[in-house]
Design a protein around this ligand. Structure first.
Ligand code: SAM
Length: 353
């Protein structure tokens, strides 16, 4: 057995790897190493979740953003974006459609748009929960105060997605001129303390990102133990300062998905839209490398293309029902089963051999 295969077997058995071990693993991974890694990640996922893949209906409700992240197509400085904002009534219409299609989790995502005040969001959450008490609501709206997070939680929000983006303070601060590394981390800790199911995660292939930075991303996840982990390739957008940079690759992203599965084995890991954009089979390959969630878009077709975090994003012309059944076919073709339940984290906390 090669050194790398031995290390991977250890990681599979113990769900742990040190930073140095991760850096060592990531250097010159062969195809055979990757296959061994994906195999262990798949077995780990199956131990906790079987062949189930959870669906979440994604509503991208505003592309207005006060932040100016260097990589993001909807950054405040991009004057070429046609901005939109769905009204609470339109968001509820998306939930009605999503419920009809069978979704029992709605993910409400937007730029950092303060038009949606705490009061507006509270009324929206309460109405969704009144109509559909059994659904889980996930928010992904960026940074707010601890008090607002608490009040949103008390009004029915169950989960919160906030990628840490990169665990390197230096890289984070270069990429986020309007944000602070410590604030992002503090938000994640606060959300966890309040009782949200929390999702962290990062982009792969950011300009200047090193193997040590990626190892640090995985170690941070191991420490935080988030319920959900979103990992996607960085895809350049031409109307941003990083428009001419190289993006992340399919292989590198799959490796990170698989390692995240080994290190935080009971987490819910989406096969991201960005992976589906990079490669026609990107999401299926992610499911085979340890991912177990897909987030089909239910944003109205009229505004979908305007939520362009990166270019050539898939599903821009599709309707909610197209995405629902396309995803189902893809999940089956990859050999997995669709689960339309809320898809809460697995109750198992320790693997027993
Ligand atoms: N504003 C919220 C926040 O900051 O958490 C949610 C929306 S934000 C646009 C959602 C995610 O998109 C970010 O966490 C980031 O990782 C991802 N993203 C933005 N631009 C991207 C790009 N060019 N390539 C890949 N992912 C990107």
């Amino acid at each position: 057995m090669s050194d790398k295969h031995y290390l991977l077997e250890q990681a599979y058995q113990t769900n742990n790897l040190s930073k140095d071990e991760i850096i060592n693993l990531l250097g010159n991974l062969t195809i055979s190493d990757r296959e061994v890694l994906y195999g262990y990640a798949l077995k780990t996922k199956q131990f906790y979740y079987g062949d189930k893949v959870y669906l979440r209906g994604l509503i991208e409700f505003s592309n207005i953003c006060r932040q100016d992240c260097l990589y993001c197509g909807i950054r405040a400085s991009n004057v070429k974006v046609e901005r939109y904002r769905l009204t609470p009534g339109e968001i509820l219409g998306c939930c009605d459609k999503g419920y009809e299609l069978g979704y029992r989790t709605f993910v409400l995502q937007s730029g950092e748009d303060l038009w949606y005040t705490e009061e507006v969001l509270i009324a929206l959450l309460q109405e969704i929960k009144k109509r559909y008490p059994e659904v889980a609501i996930t928010l992904s709206i960026g940074e707010r105060s601890a008090e607002t997070y608490q009040n949103l939680f008390d009004s029915g929000a169950d989960r919160f997605l906030m990628r840490h983006e990169t665990a390197s303070k230096e890289l984070y601060e270069t990429l986020h001129p309007t944000m602070r590394f410590e604030d992002r981390r503090a938000c994640l800790s606060t959300l966890k303390e309040i009782g949200y199911q929390v999702g962290a995660g990062f982009m792969v292939g950011l300009p200047g990102q090193t193997l040590a930075d990626l190892a640090e991303d995985l170690r941070y996840l191991k420490e935080l133990r988030p319920d959900m982990i979103g990992i996607g390739p960085f895809i350049p957008h031409s109307e941003t300062p990083l428009g001419t940079e190289k993006g992340g690759t399919l292989e590198d992203t799959l490796v990170m998905v698989a390692l995240a599965r080994l290190l935080v084995p009971e987490s819910l890991i989406p096969a991201t839209t960005a992976l589906g954009t990079l490669h026609s089979q990107g999401r299926e390959l992610a499911l085979k490398a340890g991912a177990n969630v897909v987030m089909p878009i239910i944003t109205p077709t009229s505004v979908r293309k305007k939520y362009a975090l990166y270019e050539n994003k898939i599903c821009g012309d599709d309707k909610a029902e197209d995405c629902r059944y396309c995803i189902e076919r893809r999940i089956h073709s990859a050999g997995f089963e669709v689960d339309l339940g809320r898809g809460d984290p697995s109750l198992y906390s320790d693997k027993i051999f």
